[in-house]
Design a protein around this ligand. Structure first.
Ligand SMILES: O=P(O)(O)OC[C@H]1O[C@H](OP(=O)(O)OP(=O)(O)O)[C@H](O)[C@@H]1O
Ligand SMILES: O=C(O)c1cc(=O)[nH]c(=O)[nH]1
Length: 215
């Protein structure tokens, strides 16, 4: 088991993401995000699955937040697809039931959007890998509410810290917490020299006005 200091996690996880090259930069050939936004950066948290020590650090971080702030959680639900493995590891650590939430209901079989069992009235913590606009995880959380359950919080590994995402969660009345974030990533990247200083400047100015990127 990994011992975690929750205060240190933003930097520790950011460092891990940089070390395993989960963070890719392509200022000249922008990535298209799920929201349609174009971006010079892509953070592939799926790669954390490959590294037992890193995925355990993440799972311990989530478990610590849940034990401390959401001790009445009864189900851990992952967002499809990248949130699913992390939800499974956290649920295992906490000895809680696990479920996952598809981005939409299946078109065949039982036509479920939620797989696994979430009962009306249960307290659910939703686990996501990454928050950009927050659209995917908010949609998943609302699906859980529509099933009659309470969403205690959405927890994610990483956030780009866009005001639009925090506003959307605040408007929905759903707490959003993340283990690491863009500020920590940029800080650590500059310190350990993993990203060139010219790229750090690009990343800072992109973050000021992402909509204008590449135009
Ligand atoms: O905050 P948002 O703007 O919604 O963006 C973040 C979402 O985008 C990615 O998922 P993707 O759609 O690539 O699917 P995947 O999880 O199946 O890889 C990521 O895993 C988040 O779920
Ligand atoms: O918004 C997205 O689609 C997105 C951004 C990112 O950095 N990483 C990712 O997996 N998805």
């Amino acid at each position: 088991m990994t011992t975690v200091s929750v205060e240190q996690l933003p930097r520790e996880i950011a460092k891990s993401l940089l070390e395993i090259e989960a963070v890719a930069l392509r200022p000249n050939e922008p990535f298209t995000w799920t929201s349609g936004l174009k971006s010079p950066i892509y953070c592939d948290n799926r790669l954390t699955m490959t590294y037992p020590a890193i995925r355990d650090l993440i799972a311990e971080g989530f478990a610590a937040v849940i034990r401390e702030r959401y001790p009445n959680a009864e189900v851990i639900a992952g967002t499809a697809t990248a949130g699913i493995p992390h939800a499974a590891w956290v649920a295992q650590k906490l000895g809680l039931p696990m479920a996952y939430i598809r981005d939409k209901a299946k078109g065949h079989g039982k036509q479920n959007q939620i797989e696994g069992r979430i009962e009306a009235g249960q307290n659910v913590v939703v686990i996501e890998d990454l928050i950009s606009t927050g659209g995917s995880s908010l949609k998943a959380a609302i699906a859980v509410q529509e099933a009659g359950a309470n969403v205690n919080a959405v927890l994610a590994i990483f956030s780009y810290q866009f005001a639009a995402a925090s506003d959307a969660f605040a408007n929905a009345g759903i707490p959003l917490e993340t283990l690491s974030n863009y500020s920590a990533l940029i800080e650590v990247a500059a310190e350990i020299g993993k990203v060139q200083s010219s790229d750090i400047e690009t990343l800072k100015s992109w973050r000021e006005n992402p909509q204008a990127f590449g135009q």
